[in-house]
Write a protein that binds this ligand. Structure first.
Ligand SMILES: [Zn+2]
Length: 233
């Protein structure tokens, strides 16, 4: 089972890298340990595109490596505290997605100018503003989880994003959608003209039609098929 989970985290990491979430060695995704011991997450010091199953380890709520090896991410509390606060969450992604970070820093709310943002809106995507520094303590991790509430995404303003899902596959796809939505919004607003976007009722209908769980699973399968396997590790 742990091998399977390590492979999932490695695949998630490489998909995130391929779709514009890489920021040198920063950013990470995690999957809940089925035995409740913590979060399977990539070790510190590797780029998302470099992650193999052997570079994924299990970290508990106190930051101790329970299984595997490697240095622990400073920001592991984002994962462990959200998993503790949200029993419905099985996967967490934190990256410094460039367009989403820029949009949040501009103070803009995410608007459904195309399909992607309808996955999140309504409600509005919460904004965490307590600090733009690293989330390195359980207290800050708990504050992030509180700000996230029941949502599927959060802006860490002037820092990055967090997305969650019932499993890591969904959380990963959500991260890709959030970045895509932000990029489309920035392009729309930069162009000028008279921007339009969906009303809440249409957003909810589009969410059901486009991003229902079956469609999300098929999108994940596509992402896996197109993920680079390379010669890593
Ligand atoms: Zn970060």
């Amino acid at each position: 089972m742990s091998r399977e989970t390590r492979e999932l985290v490695a695949t998630s990491s490489r998909i995130l890298a391929r779709h514009g979430h890489g920021d040198f060695i920063w950013g990470h995704s995690s999957s809940r340990d089925v035995e409740g011991r913590g979060a399977w997450i990539k070790g510190s010091g590797w780029g998302l595109d470099e992650i193999t199953p052997d570079r994924v380890h299990l970290v508990d709520r106190h930051g101790a490596v329970v299984e595997g090896e490697g240095a622990v991410q400073f920001e592991y509390p984002i994962h462990t505290e959200i998993l503790a606060a949200r029993p419905d969450v099985g996967g967490v992604v934190h990256t410094h997605a460039p367009h989403a970070t820029a949009l949040a820093a501009a103070g803009a709310e995410l608007l459904p100018v195309s399909h992607a943002a309808n996955y999140f809106v309504p409600p509005i995507v919460p904004r965490f503003t307590l600090t733009a520094d690293l989330i390195m303590t359980a207290e800050l991790g708990a504050a992030v989880a509180e700000c996230l509430g029941g949502a599927s995404a959060l802006f860490l303003v002037n820092h990055g994003i967090v997305t969650v899902g019932p499993d890591l596959e969904t959380a990963t796809f959500a991260a890709l959608l959030l970045e895509q939505a932000a990029e489309q919004q920035l392009r729309t607003l930069a162009f000028g003209g008279k921007p339009t976007w969906s009303e809440p009722a249409e957003s909810l209908a589009k969410r059901e039609h486009i991003y229902n769980p079956i469609a999300v699973r098929k999108a994940w399968d596509y992402l896996v098929r197109s993920a680079p396997t390379g010669n890593l590790g």
